[in-house]
Design a protein around this ligand. Structure first.
Ligand code: 5GP
Ligand code: MN
Length: 349
C-alpha cells in the first residue's frame, strides 16, 4: 500500500516529522547530530550513486550546521559522479581514526565490514539504511525499506534539523534518487519518489544535467565491455546470466566499475524473471562479484543473503569465492530454488 506522501516542495511548512509519544529513529538521529560536533560520514565499498550522493548531501548538511565533517569512502568515486558539487571533499581511505570523531554516520550498510573501512569499532555509529536486509548494527539505527533511496532519508534528516536544502545538496540527493531507482523505474518507485524528485528539482536540482552527467557520459570501453557480456548471455529456466573476466577488462582497458549496470540489460529481456551477472574479482583468491536482479516477487535479497551478501527484493549482490564453474553453479542453484519457492507461493507466472 502506498504510504502517505512524505515530502512537499514547501517542506518547511508541510513536513511532519512523525510526532508521537516515542522518539522515532529519525528524531533520535537528529538529536544525536545536534549534540555532537565531529562526524565521519561514510557508505559502502564500491560506492554507487546513492552512496556517493547521500554521503555528499549528509556531509553538506552537517557542514551547514557548523559541524566538523570528514567524508570517507573506501573505494574511488565512479567517474560519472565526479562532477557532483563538493566531490573533492570526499577522501578515499581504508582506515579511519576513531578518536578524531564523536560519531560516524554510516549510510547504506549492513555492518561496518561493508564500509570497507577499519577503525570504526568502538565508535558511536548512526546507521541509516533502506535495505530489506538491513541490520541493527549501530548505536542508533534507522532502517526504512520503503525509502526508494537512502537519499530520501538524508533529505528527512535535513528537514528534521531545519537545514536549508541548497541546489548543491538537492543535486546530490536527486542523483542518488535517480540512480537508485533505475531512473525511476524499479519496483520501489512510488508516489513518494516522484514527490521527492519534484521537491529536489524545485530546490535547484537540474534533471537534464544530472542525466547528461550520469547516464550519457559513459566511457567507450564500458560499451565495448558490455558488448562482450551481452555476447555471452545464457538464458536458462527464466534466468539470464553472463560474466566478465579480468582478461576482458584488460583487453578493453576497462576497470571493475565499468561492468556496473550490465545486469540491468540481462533483466530487461522479455520472459526472463531473474538475472545474474558475475565479474571476476581483482587480486586475491579466485572469486566473483555477483549482481542479482529480478522482476515480480522473486526475492533476490534472499538469494544474496544465503550467499553472504544482501540487498533489496529486486536488486541484490554478493561476492562468491571459488572457481567460475563452482560460483555459477552455486548462484544459479540458489536462484532456481528461490524461483521455485516463489512459483509455489503463486507469485511468479
Ligand atoms: P549491485 O548489483 O548493483 O552491486 O548491488 C545491488 C544491491 O545489492 C545494492 O543495493 C547493494 O547495496 C546490494 N549489495 C550488493 N552487494 C552486496 C553485498 O555484498 N552485501 C550486501 N549486504 N549488499 C549488497
Ligand atoms: Mn541505496
Amino acid at each position: 500500500m502506498a504510504s502517505p506522501l512524505r515530502y512537499s516542495n514547501d517542506m518547511s511548512q508541510d513536513f511532519d516529522p512523525q510526532p508521537g509519544p516515542a522518539e522515532t529513529p529519525l528524531q533520535q538521529i537528529a538529536e544525536e547530530i545536534r549534540q555532537h560536533g565531529r562526524f565521519l560520514v561514510t557508505s559502502h565499498a564500491r560506492p554507487d550513486g546513492d552512496a556517493v550522493g547521500s554521503t555528499l548531501a549528509m556531509g553538506s548538511i552537517l557542514h551547514r550546521l557548523g559541524k566538523e565533517v570528514d567524508m570517507v569512502l573506501a573505494d574511488p568515486v565512479p567517474q560519472v559522479y565526479r562532477t557532483l558539487p563538493g566531490i573533492a571533499r570526499i577522501r578515499q581511505a581504508r582506515q579511519v581514526d576513531a578518536s578524531a570523531y564523536d560519531a560516524a554516520i554510516i549510510l547504506e550498510c549492513d555492518g561496518t565490514l561493508r564500509t570497507g573501512l577499519t577503525g570504526l569499532d568502538g565508535m558511536r555509529l548512526l546507521n541509516i539504511d533502506h535495505h530489506l536486509t538491513g541490520i541493527h548494527f549501530g548505536t542508533l539505527n534507522w532502517i526504512d525499506p520503503e525509502a526508494s533511496a537512502v537519499a530520501a532519508m538524508v533529505f528527512e534528516v535535513a528537514i528534521a534539523l531545519g537545514v536549508d536544502v541548497t541546489p548543491a545538496i538537492a543535486t546530490c540527493l536527486y542523483t542518488a534518487l535517480m540512480t537508485d531507482t533505475g531512473s525511476f523505474t524499479y519496483p520501489g518507485t512510488s508516489a513518494d519518489t516522484f514527490t521527492l524528485a519534484h521537491a529536489l528539482i524545485d530546490l535547484g536540482a537540474k534533471a537534464d544535467s544530472v542525466a547528461r552527467d550520469v547516464l550519457y557520459s559513459v566511457p567507450a570501453c564500458r560499451i565495448q565491455l558490455l558488448g562482450r557480456a551481452l555476447s555471452r548471455i545464457r538464458i536458462e529456466q527464466g534466468v539470464a546470466w553472463s560474466w566478465i573476466t579480468q582478461d576482458d577488462l584488460a583487453e578493453f582497458k576497462a576497470t571493475d566499475e565499468d561492468s556496473e549496470g550490465t545486469v540491468n540489460y540481462l533483466i530487461s529481456i522479455a520472459g526472463v524473471e531473474a538475472a545474474v551477472f558475475l565479474r571476476e574479482t581483482n587480486g586475491g583468491p579466485v572469486g566473483f562479484r555477483t549482481s542479482l536482479r529480478s522482476k515480480s516477487s522473486v526475492d533476490v535479497s534472499a538469494v544474496a543473503s544465503r550467499l553472504g551478501g544482501g540487498g533489496h527484493r529486486n536488486a541484490a549482490g554478493c561476492t562468491l569465492e571459488g572457481s567460475f564453474d563452482a560460483s555459477v553453479a552455486r548462484v544459479l542453484t540458489a536462484m532456481y530454488e528461490e524461483i521455485e519457492r516463489a512459483a509455489a507461493a503463486g507469485t511468479v507466472c
